[in-house]
Design a protein around this ligand. Structure first.
Ligand code: SF4
Length: 459
């Protein structure tokens, strides 16, 4: 099995050959999994002698960590590779491409054929091998391609350049076994592999020692977490064990599958203080016909039952979802079922998408694709339904004092700080930069569909 230790000698040789100010810049596309992979890649590159830089124009090595979940995500990468071709003509630059797109043969072949200025291609399963790949490219001058089909848990060496010192992502599993009929992930990230619970607990204890207050557990379907050699140990067991860690203030997870969510986990929301009152539970559609076509293995009634249960256990829980409109064969009646479910649940936030066919998935072969204009009109009606619900729910919080983990300075107004409540509501307030990283009480005085505004109060 391959590990970072085997790279030590290569890292030494590579460092010797680099200028002392060699730098890297990573462009990340897609989900939190990719964001966290980029943190690991950044750590690996720094060990190998490439310091991180925010400015791509100054970087000696530019790396695109790609996403293949939607066609538009792939198109963005192709557009960026086109731009980089011009940069590479003007200066010495190494270009690497990695991530889900490169695990997918069709996308990989496209990059190999159309973007010959790309120097290094690797996948999601061999991040720690990057120094070898760079060295090989430098020594031979030729493009280097290295893809591992299967993930090896020992490769997760727990080391990353974490973007925030007080909150952190933690992978608990990789891959997915669900094969939703529209999704490319099981083909790009492979089958589910769960990390041993002791490795996760050790990683989180170390993070807390270094000042991390909040962790987000990552997996495509965390509810089916099942480490090999730990018979019967479940995701809920892991949550209870993590909640015992002294100093860990907040636990979040992403993401869940309704077919696998257990009553025990819903009870944990009520009983465990560190488990945040926020549940992201993708529904995708409100029509049973479409849910069957999507191969989701639950019906709207099952989903609504889970929502009723969690609301009765934790009345102030904030609910978030993923919804896709315009799936093949979706009728007006099916779409109305989605709107009806949205009104029933009363979400606090949602990720909304237009269905986009992914080559290689069963849904892409369905001849009854929905015209783009119909999809767009339904999407607009969906957001017109959702946004007033978000606003009404946020306005209900006016006058309340909520604990906010301060994440940084607002991008829109540099005099404001920004952070998240336990329920994941983005909150702005006036304050000094030295408050970043603290959990502070903020009294909410105004709200709109997407965020809250308040003021710091004395405890
Ligand atoms: S659960 Fe479905 S949508 Fe989520 S990653 Fe797995 S196959 Fe894709």
């Amino acid at each position: 099995m391959y590990s970072i230790n085997q790279e030590e000698q290569i890292i030494h040789i590579l460092k010797e050959s680099l200028a002392p100010d060699a730098s890297h810049h990573i462009m990340t596309y897609g989900c939190q999994m990719n964001e966290h992979d980029s943190e690991k890649i950044s750590w690996v590159l720094e060990q190998a002698g490439f310091k991180p830089t925010e400015d791509p124009d100054q970087a000696d090595l530019i790396l695109l960590n790609t996403c293949s979940i939607r066609h538009s995500a792939e198109d963005k990468v192709y557009g960026k590779l086109g731009e980089l071709k011009h940069q590479k003509r003007k200066r010495k630059l190494t270009i690497a491409v990695c991530g889900c797109m490169m695990q997918r043969k069709e996308s990989r072949d496209c990059v190999l054929k159309k973007f010959k200025h790309v120097d290094i291609i690797f996948g999601t399963n061999n991040i720690y091998k990057l120094p070898s790949l760079i060295l090989e490219h430098y020594e031979t001058g030729r493009p280097v391609l290295d893809i591992e089909e299967n993930f090896q848990t020992e490769d997760d060496a727990l080391l990353a350049n974490r973007y925030y010192p007080y909150k952190s992502f933690v992978n608990i599993m990789y891959g997915c076994n669900n094969f939703c009929s529209y999704c490319i992930v099981p083909y790009t990230r492979g089958r589910e592999v769960s990390r041993p619970s002791q490795d996760i607990l050790r990683e989180v204890k170390n993070l807390v020692k270094s000042g991390v207050a909040e962790i987000t557990l990552l997996g495509q379907n965390v509810n089916s977490y099942a480490p090999a050699l730990e018979d019967g140990y479940s995701f809920t067991n892991l949550i209870y064990d993590l909640a015992e860690i002294d100093g860990l203030k907040r636990i979040r997870f992403m993401t869940s599958h309704p077919k696998d969510i257990s009553k025990d986990l819903l009870i944990a929301f009520r009983d465990l203080d560190p488990l945040c009152n926020f549940l992201h539970l993708p529904v995708q559609a409100g029509s049973n016909f479409i849910l069957d076509k999507m191969n989701r293995h639950y019906h709207r009634e099952d989903y609504m039952r889970i929502i009723d249960q969690v609301k009765s256990l934790v009345p102030d829980i904030a609910l978030c979802t993923d919804i896709m409109v315009g799936f093949p064969e979706e009728s007006e009646r099916d779409f109305e079922d989605t709107l009806d479910l949205v009104r029933y649940v009363e979400y606090d936030s949602a990720f909304t998408f237009l269905y986009s066919p992914r080559e290689g998935t069963p849904a892409a072969k369905n001849p009854n694709q929905i015209p783009k204009e119909v999809k767009q009109a339904r999407f607009n009606r969906l957001t017109d339904t959702l946004y007033p619900i978000f606003e009404r729910k946020n306005k209900q919080l006016i006058g309340q004092t909520m604990d906010v983990l301060v994440e940084g300075v607002s991008k829109q107004d540099k005099t404001m700080l920004t952070g998240r409540t336990e329920s994941f509501k983005l909150t702005h307030f006036k304050g000094d930069k030295n408050l970043i990283g603290k959990i502070l009480p903020i009294r909410i005085h105004s709200a709109n569909s997407f965020n809250l505004e308040g003021e710091l109060v004395d405890k």
